[in-house]
Structures are given as structure tokens and as C-alpha cells.
Design a protein around this ligand. Structure first.
Ligand SMILES: Nc1nc2c(c(=O)[nH]1)N[C@H]1C(S)=C(S)[C@@H](COP(=O)(O)OP(=O)(O)OC[C@H]3O[C@@H](n4cnc5c(=O)[nH]c(N)nc54)[C@H](O)[C@@H]3O)O[C@H]1N2
Ligand SMILES: Nc1nc2c(c(=O)[nH]1)N[C@H]1C(S)=C(S)[C@@H](COP(=O)(O)OP(=O)(O)OC[C@H]3O[C@@H](n4cnc5c(=O)[nH]c(N)nc54)[C@H](O)[C@@H]3O)O[C@H]1N2
Ligand code: SF4
Ligand SMILES: [Mo]
Length: 724
């Protein structure tokens, strides 16, 4: 009997509504859900690939143990016991911090994993926590932590109502938006223009987003802080600063004015690569628009001044009067108010022993994981657990990290692929796939341009004797406590209760309580009406709770005394580090990344429907740079940086600025011991064999993945690469 199950796609932050068509217990197709209030039928090519993922013969379903280079299936009980024994042995010998844990990106798309991760981190009790957060958006979160009082209180562009959107270092037409849950960004941007507004893109690439914008300006990678400071300086100089209702709740405006005073358009123009007059024009247009919003993403984050750049984005929105108002930068009102359910975010309770970076939200920089393994002494990492992460391809100098993982005493991977990272594990604990368990997008509601909660039922029954991420986390934690013999009474009881009820039922209970306690709930007063899980489950296409609403100062996190700190001293001080960068840029090429519509970080290349067509792992190079190096279209080149070198085919294109080359990340499916048969045929090379782990944003610890100094030269051997 054909049937349809409605849910959300969990592959990226857009959280589109999908309709999964079933026929005889098999997926016959996946289409956009026309009735989903947020995505209204839109899906990208990746949604259909959820079927490939479900059916992928390479996807692991049962625990595996490695002996030398051979893998054998083992039972779950044995797997948990061995995993716990291996981790406990390392911790017994070297202390708790000798075992590290790395959380990857898909972790935040997985309700069960999110809810039960604390079971495992509690059992491991280690300060060596790493995650993709510090390869991505930590700068933005640290700015929120300092300015508003919580790293979970993040401003989001009100794309549906703005009259002017300044997009800095983001390519939402391809990425489908990030820290901005807004499906079908192409249409949303086109609608800005249709209602008479303007879209302006600042990017060293003439990106797919730039292609549909009114204006695009090439910028020298890593210099956005200078550009933003100049825009803000213009607003002060021209008396266009409008604080509106923030006047009485924001501190430090004078300090901001002083901090940007030297960064005039004339002072920054050469370094940024945009004429002073153009910068001034941008400032005017932004200030004069009925509403405007500046939105910055990866290009503002994964750079040496990531935190300062993200601060200046907030400041531009605030001082132009576009903060906490329709069409500006606003705050969602998520139905599960994660921020209020969590302890306040913290920074600096300890520092990384290898980089000196302050811990933020319990994490130290992912870029330093290899160094933690290689540097002897107290706190050296000897064991690792990865959960939904592939840091060998996603973190700087991944090739070095791969070597370091090979030297660990013990490693456990919670992942369903045997890939570049998990092949180093001793035990792999594979979870069920996304369509085999229930889901609710708790994290992405924090960034949604409309509050549209959506319950996702499981589409298919999991195969017999398989486990969800939630089950694995709980059972591994219980096994660790058993091995150690030391467990508090409350923890023992909690784990027992979860085991008895089943993690999925516990997750539902927790979610129901969280919804009732949230802004649309009944405040946990059963006699009052309000949003419950039952209502959410009955609304199979999701519920539309409306657009973002002004919320200042009521929703400012309590710890910030309901005030905004415009000028956190660390950021004001960082402007002194920024000043010397006004000097002319060093000569030579810099490397940036490039996301492709049919990729998803490192783990989409084994899905046949996403790897059809031409080879996408090619280096884009400006014609002037190619000519200067006698490089022709399709030539094979050697690209080298301080930490590594690789060979790749070139595409000569004026879509990248002169002086800039662009390569996608997430490729490089080479080496022994992988079980990625489709990806192996599209192996490509890993951009992160060139990125430098020594380069981090010192404030947030975020990796620098953009603007890497490289040399490119033509390979002497003739080559036929098929690229034009
Ligand atoms: N050079 C460069 N490097 C980058 C970036 C860049 O732009 N340029 N981008 C960075 C960014 S933004 C990010 S977020 C990181 C991502 O970095 P990572 O999270 O480390 O890497 P992913 O490629 O997302 O790998 C995800 C892993 O999770 C597994 N997985 C998928 N779903 C599940 C699940 O439900 N449960 C479990 N247990 N496992 C699952 C997959 O098999 C895969 O092994 O990469 C960063 N690295
Ligand atoms: N198709 C696809 N979609 C994805 C992903 C994917 O791998 N594939 N990954 C998902 C993830 S994990 C994330 S975090 C999001 C990221 O979402 P986005 O940030 O929107 O995606 P990116 O493609 O990294 O966009 C960064 C843009 O910044 C530009 N850039 C690079 N350096 C600089 C700079 O110094 N200054 C300026 N102004 N611009 C710069 C790049 O050319 C690029 O256009 O995408 C998500 N969506
Ligand atoms: S845009 Fe993202 S959420 Fe939407 S269908 Fe594509 S991958 Fe899934
Ligand atoms: Mo990301």
C-alpha cells in the first residue's frame, strides 16, 4: 500500500518539510511537502538522497571491531563492554582528560543524540571536548555571549521583511542558509528585490548568491573586519547613528565610536580591495534603507579576526537602528527555549594546554586536536570518542590529524560510515539512519526566521538489533560506569529508567515538558491551554507560529542584567590587533573554500544521486593568475601551503577575484581501509591538507579555513583532467 510520511529533512539547517513516499515498506520517492509552512514544497537535490543514505550498502548497521586493518562484526553487548573498557583503561592510567570527545555537525540535527550526549560526557568527565562549532560559528556565539549574555542568543536576519540585505561571506543560495533557518533562500532573496529592496553581496567569489544580487563586491579574504569598521565609522562620522529603543539598555556606544575612528574608508580601501567611495556609498544605502540587515557567515567566521568581524556585524545592525525590529536583525522565539533550559554559557574556566585558548561553552579548539594527541605531559590525549564527525577531512591539517589518530591508544567512533576518521577507531558503534528514528529540530528553531516547529516521525522501522544514537550514548555511558564501578545513585537510577522506558519515549517526554515550559506552552500549568507534543504530532506539516517579534529587553538573557554590552573589552582590545593589518597585503595567492549544491561537508559523496556529472573537486583560479603562472584550463596543478601540498585540476574563471583560488572541502576519500565505494570513485583531494592548525582566531579558538597563503604551479607531467 503506498503511503506518505511527512517530516523534516535533517541534512542541513534549512529543515525543509519533506514527503517520504513509501511503497511496500520501501521508499519510492522523497519530495517537498507543499503544506510545510516554512518551506512550502521547496527541497534541494539532497533531500532525495536520504533514500540513498537509507539504502547505502556501505552504511554500517552493526558494531565493528578492528584487529590490525581487519574489521569484524561483533555483538552490541561486547562492543559496549570493550569500548568502555578501552576508554576506562586510558583514563585510569592517565587521568580523565586523557580521553577526548569530538562532536561533528550532524550531532545537532539529531534529537536523541542532543538529549543524551550528556550521559556520555558525564561518564567521561573530560575537559577535552572538541566539536565542529570551532570550525564554524563559535565567533558569532562568543559575540552573543559577550554582548547579550548567552552564546545561545543569536541574532537572525529578518530576510522576509528586510528592504536591504548585506550578505558578507555567506552563500545561502548554495548552502541553503546557516544560522538562519529559512528554506528556499533563492526565492526569499528574489522576493526582497521584487518588493523594491536590494541584495548586496561581499565575497571574494562571484558566488551563486552574488549572481542573483543587485550588487557584488570582491573583497580580499580575511579583511571584512576592516570593511565593517569603515561602514560603522561612516555612520558615526555622518551623524547617522540611531539607537532607537536600545538607547536605554545598551552600554558602550562611545567606546565603539572610538574603536572604529581610525578605520575610515580611505584607510581600509586598498587592503580590503573596495574603493573608498564605494564603501561610503554602501554605508549610506544601508543607513537610508527603510530597513536593512547585515548577515555574515562562514566567510566572517573562519578567519583570523572571526570574533571581531562578527561583533562588527552586530554593531552595524545596532547603530543603524536595524536591531530588534522587523526587517533587521531579530531574535526567534523558539518553542523549546533551549537557552533558558540550559545553564548560562561560560568561557575561560580553563584554557587549552596546547594553544592557551580559553575554553568556550566547555570546548577547546578542534584545530588543536592533533597537537593534544602529540604533545606529551599531563593531560595528553590518548583516547578519543567521535560522534558524527569526520575531523580528518573537516579540520585543519587533517592529514596530520590522521597520523595522530593512528597513534592513539584507543578510539571509539559513533558513526555509520567507515571513513577517513572512523577507520582509526578500535570500535565503531553505528547508529540508525535519520529516517529510522523520530526527530524534532531543537537547535535550528533557535535560528528560524519564522517559528515553525515540526515533529518528524520515524519513516521506517529500524532493522532488527540496531541502535539509535540516543541508545548508544546511554548504553555506552552505562557500560563506562559499570567498568569503573563508580556511579552516583541519581545517575544510576536515571540510566536505568531510560533503559526501561526506551530512549525514544524518554525523548518524547522531555520534549513535551520543554514545549509546555516554553513560550507557547502553558507554563506547566495543566489547566491552561498551550502547545504540547500531542498538538505538534497531530500537525503533520508543522505549525506556523509567525515571524520574529521585537523582544528587547525582555528576552535578553538574565545574566546580562538585561543590558547589552556594545563594547566588550576583549573586542575593543582586538581592534589594536586589527590595526596593523591595514598595511598592504603580502603578495601571492590565498585559498578560500567553495560549497557545492550537491555536497554536504565530507559525507555526501557516497550517495550515488549526489555524485553524478562532472568532477566538482577542482581549483577555481582567476584568468590573470592563471596566465601569470602559464596555467591553462584543465591543467593539473600543485598547490602548497605551510602545512601540505596536493595536486588538483584547475578551472580558469573570473568568478574568483584575482589573487584568490577556491577549492571545496570534504573531499579526499583516499587511503586504505575506507568503506566508501561510491566516494572512492570521486575521491578528490582534501582542502584541509592545506589549512593550518596554527592559525586560529585567538578569541573564540575558531579555525582559520579561509584566506590560506598558498603557492600554485603547473604540474610538469602532461595531464588530462576533463576540466575546461
Ligand atoms: N576547509 C574547510 N573545512 C571545513 C569547512 C569549510 O568550509 N572549509 N566547514 C566546516 C564546517 S561549517 C563544519 S560544520 C565542519 C563539519 O565537520 P564534521 O562534522 O567533522 O564533518 P562532517 O563531514 O559533517 O561529518 C559528519 C560525520 O557524521 C556522520 N553522521 C551523519 N549523520 C549521523 C548521525 O545521525 N549520527 C552519527 N552518529 N553520525 C552521523 C557521517 O557519517 C560523517 O562521518 O567542517 C568544517 N570544515
Ligand atoms: N550544499 C551544501 N550546503 C551546505 C553545506 C555543504 O557542505 N554543502 N554545509 C552546511 C554547513 S555545515 C554550513 S556551516 C553552512 C555554511 O553556509 P555559508 O556560510 O552560507 O556557506 P559557504 O559556502 O561556506 O559560504 C561562505 C562564503 O564566504 C565566502 N568567503 C570566503 N572567505 C571570505 C572572506 O574572507 N570574506 C568574505 N566576505 N567572504 C568570504 C566564500 O566565497 C563563500 O561564498 O552551509 C551548510 N549547507
Ligand atoms: S535545503 Fe537542506 S533541509 Fe532542505 S532539502 Fe536540501 S538538504 Fe534538506
Ligand atoms: Mo557548519
Amino acid at each position: 500500500m503506498p503511503s506518505v510520511v511527512y517530516r523534516t529533512c535533517t541534512l542541513c539547517e534549512a529543515c525543509c518539510g519533506i514527503a517520504v513516499h513509501l511503497d511496500g515498506g520501501r521508499i519510492s520517492g522523497i519530495t517537498g511537502d507543499e503544506q510545510d509552512p516554512a518551506s512550502r514544497g521547496y527541497v534541494c537535490a539532497k533531500a532525495a538522497a536520504l533514500r540513498d543514505l537509507h539504502e547505502d550498502p556501505d552504511r554500517l548497521r552493526y558494531p565493528m571491531r578492528r584487529t590490525g586493518s581487519a574489521w569484524h562484526r561483533i555483538g552490541w553487548k561486547e562492543a559496549f563492554a570493550e569500548a568502555a573498557a578501552g576508554l576506562a583503561a586510558v583514563q585510569r592510567e592517565h587521568g580523565n582528560d586523557a580521553a577526548a570527545i569530538y562532536f561533528g555537525e550532524p550531532f545537532v540535527h539529531n534529537l536523541g543524540a542532543l538529549l543524551f550526549a550528556d550521559a556520555l560526557t558525564g561518564a567521561l568527565a573530560t575537559r577535552k571536548r572538541f566539536s565542529a562549532n570551532s570550525l564554524d560559528q563559535f565567533p558569532k556565539q562568543l559575540v552573543s555571549h559577550w554582548m547579550y549574555g548567552s552564546g545561545l542568543f543569536v541574532s537572525v536576519p529578518d530576510v522576509d521583511r528586510t528592504d536591504y540585505m548585506l550578505i558578507v561571506g555567506a552563500n545561502p543560495v548554495v548552502s541553503n542558509g546557516s544560522l538562519m533557518t529559512a528554506p528556499n533562500m533563492k526565492l526569499r532573496l528574489q522576493e526582497i528585490r521584487r518588493r523594491g529592496g536590494k541584495v548586496v553581496v561581499i565575497d571574494p567569489r562571484h558566488s551563486e548568491t552574488a549572481r542573483i544580487a543587485d550588487e557584488h563586491h570582491f573583497v580580499r579574504p580575511g579583511t571584512d573586519a576592516l570593511l565593517l569598521a569603515a561602514l560603522i565609522q561612516c555612520l558615526f562620522a555622518q551623524g547617522r547613528v540611531r539607537m532607537r529603543h536600545l538607547d536605554s539598555i545598551a552600554d558602550g556606544l562611545d567606546a565603539v565610536e572610538k574603536a572604529v575612528a581610525d578605520f575610515t574608508p580611505e584607510a581600509v580601501a586598498d587592503r580590503v580591495g573596495i574603493a573608498a567611495e564605494t564603501i561610503r556609498g554602501l554605508a549610506h544605502a544601508f543607513a537610508d534603507a527603510p530597513s536593512a540587515v547585515c548577515y555574515g557567515r562562514m566567510g566572517t567566521s573562519t578567519v583570523a579576526f572571526g570574533t571581531t568581524t562578527n561583533w562588527l556585524v552586530e554593531i552595524l545592525n545596532i547603530v543603524s537602528g536595524n536591531f530588534d525590529r522587523a526587517g533587521g536583525a531579530m531574535f526567534p522565539n523558539p518553542p523549546v527555549d533551549v537557552m533558558r533550559l540550559q545553564p548560562p554559557t561560560e568561557r575561560g574556566r580553563w584554557v587549552s594546554r596546547v594553544s592557551g585558548t580559553a575554553e568556550f561553552m566547555g570546548e577547546v579548539p578542534a584545530a588543536t586536536l592533533a597537537r593534544e594527541i602529540e604533545t606529551g605531559g599531563a593531560g595528553q590525549v590518548h583516547a578519543l570518542v567521535t560522534l558524527a564527525g569526520n575531523p580528518v577531512l573537516s579540520s585543519p591539517a587533517g592529514h596530520h590529524l590522521s597520523d595522530a589518530l593512528g597513534r592513539l591508544d584507543f578510539m571509539v567512533a559513533i558513526d555509520f560510515y567507515l571513513n577517513e576518521t572512523t577507520r582509526h577507531a578500535d570500535i565503531i558503534l553505528p547508529p540508525t539512519g535519520p529516517l529510522e528514528h523520530e526527530h524534532f529540530d531543537m537547535v535550528f528553531q533557535l535560528f528560524a526566521v519564522r517559528d515553525t516547529p515540526h515533529w518528524s516521525p520515524a519513516v521506517l522501522d529500524p532493522a532488527p538489533d540496531t541502535r539509535s544514537d540516543a541508545d548508544i550514548l546511554v548504553e555506552l555511558a552505562a557500560a563506562l560506569y559499570r567498568t569503573r564501578g563508580a556511579v552516583g545513585r541519581a545517575t544510576a537510577l536515571a540510566l536505568k529508567a531510560i533503559d526501561a522506558m526506551g530512549s525514544a519515549r524518554v525523548a518524547r517526554r522531555v520534549l513535551d515538558v520543554a514545549l509546555r515550559a516554553g513560550p507557547y506552552g502553558n507554563g506547566l500549568r495543566p489547566w491552561k491551554p498551550g502547545l504540547t507534543l500531542k498538538q505538534l504530532r497531530e500537525a503533520e506539516h508543522g505549525i506556523d507560529l509567525g515571524p520574529m517579534r521585537p523582544c528587547m529587553p525582555d528576552r535578553l538573557p538574565a545574566r546580562a542584567s538585561r543590558r547589552i554590552d556594545l563594547a566588550p573589552h576583549e573586542l575593543v582590545a582586538d581592534m589594536h590587533r586589527l590595526r596593523p593589518t591595514l598595511r598592504p597585503a603580502p603578495p601571492g595567492l590565498v585559498l578560500i573554500g567553495r560549497r557545492e549544491p550537491r555536497t554536504l561537508n565530507s559525507w555526501s559523496h557516497n550517495l550515488p544521486s549526489l555524485v553524478t556529472g562532472t568532477n566538482r573537486c577542482v581549483l577555481h583560479m582567476n584568468p590573470a593568475d592563471a596566465e601569470a603562472r602559464a596555467i591553462g584550463p584543465g591543467d593539473q596543478v600543485r598547490i602548497s601551503s605551510r602545512v601540505g601540498a596536493l595536486e588538483v585540476a584547475v578551472r580558469v574563471t573570473d568568478t574568483v577575484a584575482a589573487g584568490v583560488v577556491a577549492l571545496p572541502h570534504g573531499y579526499g576519500h583516499r587511503g586504505n581501509g575506507l568503506r566508501l565505494r561510491v566516494a572512492a570513485e570521486h575521491a578528490g583531494v582534501s582542502m584541509n591538507d592545506l589549512t593550518d592548525p596554527a592559525e586560529i582566531d585567538p578569541l573564540s579558538g575558531n579555525a582559520v579555513l579561509s584566506g590560506i597563503a598558498v603557492d600554485v604551479e603547473r604540474c610538469t607531467a602532461p595531464s588530462r583532467t576533463g576540466v575546461e
